[in-house]
Design a protein. Structure first.
Length: 296
């Protein structure tokens, strides 16, 4: 199998930008796509300042940093992905939206290209069914923050070929990651275990067993985790946690996966975590409460 020379990344949010950054640093040519021009500009700035930070800390040479910036191209046109060897999707966690994108990519990408999804829990087999190349569709699940976390969870759909698996494993290792392999069942490995823990932390708070601070301090200091589960939920995004719990509940049909009502309520209230300035905790200045206008 030929070496991966060029990749396309769809979605320039935190995950997509992180993937684009580490691939460019590893010497791969990267197209980063977003339909939102403003999001692309933000991604460009954040990658550039992240590379500068790494250079300042002595983790990266100036030469590698500038070479990485040269390898990165930003686009709002998916047609630019025609020459990519691997395309990694990192867009919103919606099966319908992802399927639409996969079917579009299937038409645009060259015949040998691999289509990978960074989904945290959606079935790879179902995403593959939106294409004519199910044997070249695979899950490539990075962890947040991508440049720091050492893992890529690779998920094989029902029809993913050995050749596709080996190519993606080789690419992940070239990006400096350790690979684990999961079969295509709800939540795969990481979220099958992580999300019920986070959900249970919400139940522990909801039922008044302890304060949020004690739950987090307990798990941080008592089980040596870098963040407590509630702090981690805010970091991941409460909407993302809830959507993964729903996938586990629907896909495995066991009441032990039922989302905690408090998690549901926070999401309903728009308390989505760090990205919104409020989740379980409040970050920076609390967001302004919009008061309903008086009835006339
Ligand atoms: N982007 C890039 N790099 C980042 C970063 C970010 N957002 N945040 C921190 N880093 C880097 C820092 O630059 C620093 O690098 P060096 O050691 O090379 O200097 C390193 O990470 C440590 O950062 P800090 O010293 O600032 O802070 P910290 O020691 O508190 O670590 C953390 C921050 C890495 C986020 C750590 O708290 C941690 O590991 N938390 C748990 C993260 C986790 O579990 N992620 C997985 C979530 S699950 C997921 O992603 C999958 C899913 O489907 C939901």
């Amino acid at each position: 199998m030929a070496e991966t020379k060029a990749i396309g990344v769809v979605g320039s949010g935190q995950m997509g930008s992180g993937i684009a950054q580490i691939a460019a640093v590893a010497g791969v040519d990267v197209w980063l796509h977003d339909s939102d021009a403003q999001a692309l500009r933000r991604a460009k700035n954040s990658i550039s300042s992240s590379l500068q930070r790494l250079i300042a800390k002595g983790h990266l040479s100036k030469e590698v940093g500038s070479d990485a910036l040269r390898r990165l191209r930003f686009t709002s046109n998916l047609e630019d992905f025609r020459s990519a060897d691997v395309i990694i999707e990192a867009i919103v966690e919606s099966e319908d939206v992802k399927k639409k994108l996969f079917s579009q990519l299937d038409r645009i990408a060259k015949a040998s290209a691999i289509l990978a999804s960074n989904t945290s829990s959606i079935s790879i087999t179902r995403l593959a069914s939106a294409t004519m190349r199910p044997y070249q569709v695979i899950g490539m699940h990075f962890m947040n923050p991508v440049p720091t976390m050492k893992l890529v969870e690779i998920i094989r759909g029902a029809d993913t070929s050995d050749e596709t698996f080996v190519a993606v494993k080789t690419l992940s290792e070239r990006l400096g990651k350790t690979v684990i392999c999961s079969q295509d069942y709800p939540g795969f490995i990481i979220n099958r275990i992580l999300m019920p823990m986070i959900n249970e932390a919400f139940f522990t708070l909801y039922t008044g067993v302890a304060t949020k601070e004690d739950i987090d301090a307990g798990m941080k200091l008592g089980t040596n985790q870098p963040m407590g589960p509630l702090e981690l939920a805010d970091f991941i995004g409460l909407d993302v946690c809830l959507s993964i719990m729903k996938v586990l509940y629907a896909g495995l049909g066991d009441s032990k996966y039922a989302p905690c009502p408090l998690l549901v309520q926070y999401v309903d209230a728009g308390r989505l975590g760090k990205k919104r300035g409020i989740g379980v905790y409040t970050y920076g200045k609390p967001p302004e409460v919009v008061k309903p206008s008086p009835r006339l």
